[in-house]
Structure formats: C-alpha cells, structure tokens
Design a protein around this ligand. Structure first.
Ligand SMILES: *Cc1c(COP(=O)(O)O)cnc(C)c1O
Length: 356
C-alpha cells in the first residue's frame, strides 16, 4: 500500500436519524470513499468526499451488463469507546476473488482495509450505540466505461458507503420459516455463485417473492443440477445439527464463502464440536428429522449473524425444527460472535481490528 487517502470534509453535515428507528440500509453517513481505475494508471486517487449522487453516462457498462461486485461488513462501538471491525481483511480478500470471476482488476487489499478504517473514523459519530446496532459498511465496484459493446470495462469505480443500522432482532431472536425452492435455482458450478456479485441477487428475487406470498421468510436453495443437495438459505450460508455432527454444505463453486460461516466453523472446532463441510441431500435432512436426529438448523451472515430456522417446507412436506425455538448451539454461536464484535467477550481468535 503506497497511496495516501485524500480527505475532503463536508461543509453541511446531515441531521442524524433517530437511533431507535434505524431499520436497515435507509440512512447514509456524511462521507464516502472513491477509488478510480483505468488501464493506464491502475487504481488511482483514493479519496473521501461528501456523500452524494454520482453522475454517470446512460451508456455506463454496469447498467447494461452488470459487471460489478460488492461486500458487506459492520463497525461496532465497544464499551471502552473503541471502534471494532470484524475480520475486515477477509472481506477485501473476497473482493479479489469476486473481481477475478467478474473480470475486474484486483484491488490492493491493504489499501481497501485502510479506506474502511479511515472512512469509519471520519464518520465515527454515525456509529449507533444502542444494543444490537452497528454501522453497516458497503464496499462495491462498478464498471464505468460509457460503451455498449460486450467486453470487460477499462474503467471502474471502487466505492465505500456507510449506513447506520438498527438491531436485526429488536424483540429477540425468532426462528424463521423457510421454503425449500424446487423451481428456481440461484447458481450452478462454473457460474458466479461463489462471487459476491449483484446478478446473483437479481436472479434470486423471483423465488423470494413467491415464498413470501406463501408466508415464508426465505428460500432454501438446492443445487442447480440435480436439485437434491442443500446450498444456501436466502443470502445466508446454512448449518444443520444432525445427531452430534454439525453439517454445512462444502464450498464447491456455487456457494458464497461467508465470513460468518467460516467464523462458526472455527468456533465449533475450537469448542471441540464435530463440524463437517460436505454434500447434504435434502432427503438426508428429512430422514434425519424422521429419525428424531435433526436437532437444529440456522443460517449465517453478517446482517443477522445467526438466523435460526424453525420450519422447513419441501414441496408441501412441512417439518418443525427444534420445536420452532432457537437451539442451544445457535444461541451460543450468536452470543459468542456478537459478544466478540461488541467487545463484551474476549477476542480469543484474533478477529477484531480496532480503529482508534
Ligand atoms: C454475503 C453472502 C453470504 C454471507 O456472507 P458473510 O460474509 O457471512 O456476510 C452468504 N450467501 C450469500 C449469497 C451472500 O451474498
């Protein structure tokens, strides 16, 4: 990293939203980070400027062919007044994995972590302090050539914006009802499932709408080839406790390698619990349930951290998991990860990066 980040502060700071009514992704802080790319200069001119709209030509490539990637992480204010980031280097490493798949040139991961830290520090007053709240950080890259030919762009913008967010579970964790999706698929091996790219989200909306209409919160995706194996739930990774083994689908190219997923696997191993990353057929899950061996099910992701699953519907075949309550392991993982993030628990696995 050999570039300095220039800072231009706003002269008209915004009125901050009510910290008790933040919701998610509705409010944006006073500043944003921008880094440009062209083929001559590479990535150049890292800067923090007042938050505001972009002016882009209607022919800008990202609007037409979707060459883009994004990330999501959070900053937390700890009790001792420090600002904590949770494994930010993992997000920046994942940007480069996503970039490679989407033909976007690699970024300097150290500069990107520094950009997050500097931006969060500039907008530190935007980090909410109510229990469970955080400052959501959204880095993203878009292709910016004004050109309609189909090829990779020669210019890009890497940006970071910040959004103060409310508690994901304002009234306590509630297990969700999940529809196992048997018509639409999210990704296939060889496609873009492992990349954090907007196209995967666009392609998932339809199934989500259908599930919502039937009273389900999210869909559980099956593999796109055989429609047999469990992949993810909504935009979260998924875990099942079957007997005394915790199972999560292996990363075979169609699944997004979640940082919360990785953190759960590490914690479970740290606690001496058996974790397997392997193929898991939905039939095996239903058989385990019939045999009384399906103990818990939960999704993992930065937004919710842990989202317990209370009910599954597979083509009309409905099963209840953990009596529709939060399981013991789900609760322990949730308490541990959020405790480390907020600074309430010791960071034994060295996951916190402090900003002072
Ligand atoms: C971001 C994302 C996840 C979760 O990843 P985390 O790093 O844990 O937030 C899981 N699945 C999909 C499809 C995602 O986009």
């Amino acid at each position: 990293m050999n570039q300095t980040i220039r800072i231009q502060k706003t002269t008209s700071p915004k009125v901050k939203p009510d910290p008790k009514n933040l919701g998610f992704g509705q409010y944006f802080s006073d500043h944003m980070f921008i880094l440009d790319y062209n083929t001559d200069k590479g990535w150049y001119d890292p800067r923090i400027v007042p938050y505001g709209p972009l002016s882009l030509d209607p022919s800008t490539m990202v609007f037409h062919y979707g060459q883009a990637i994004f990330e999501g992480l959070k900053a937390y204010k700890s009790k001792n007044g420090k600002i904590n980031l949770f494994r930010p280097e993992m997000n920046m490493k994942r940007i480069n994995n996503s970039n490679q798949r989407m033909s976007i040139p690699p970024i300097d991961e150290a500069l990107a972590v520094e950009a997050v830290k500097t931006l969060v520090s500039v907008d530190r007053d935007w980090i909410p302090t109510e229990p469970g709240t955080s400052l959501y950080i959204r880095p993203f890259i878009i292709a910016t050539d004004p050109y309609l030919g189909v090829r990779a762009s020669n210019t890009y913008k890497f940006m970071i914006i910040l959004s103060p967010s409310g508690a994901y579970y304002p009234s306590g964790i509630n297990p969700v009802k999940i529809m196992i999706e048997d018509e639409y698929v999210r990704a296939v091996r060889g496609g873009t499932g492992f990349a954090k790219t907007p196209a995967n989200y666009a392609a998932s909306l339809k199934a989500q709408e259908v599930a919502h209409d039937k009273g389900y919160v999210q869909v559980l995706w099956l593999d796109g080839v055989e429609r047999k194996y469990i992949e993810e739930v909504g935009s979260m990774n998924v875990f099942f406790k079957i007997g005394d083994e915790v199972v999560t689908p292996s990363l075979d190219g169609s699944i997004l390698p979640g940082i919360t997923r990785d953190s759960c696997i590490r914690l479970l191993k740290h606690w001496g619990i058996k974790v397997s990353e392997r193929k898991l057929a939905v039939q095996e899950l239903y058989d385990a349930h019939a045999a009384g061996k399906l103990v818990e099910a939960f999704g993992t992701g930065t937004a919710a951290v842990i989202s317990p699953i209370g009910e599954l519907n597979w083509s009309g075949n409905v099963i209840t998991v953990a009596e529709g309550k939060i399981g013991e392991l789900s609760a322990k993982l949730y308490e541990t990860i959020t405790g480390i993030q907020s600074g309430a628990l010791k960071d034994e696995l060295n996951w916190i990066s402090e900003i002072d």
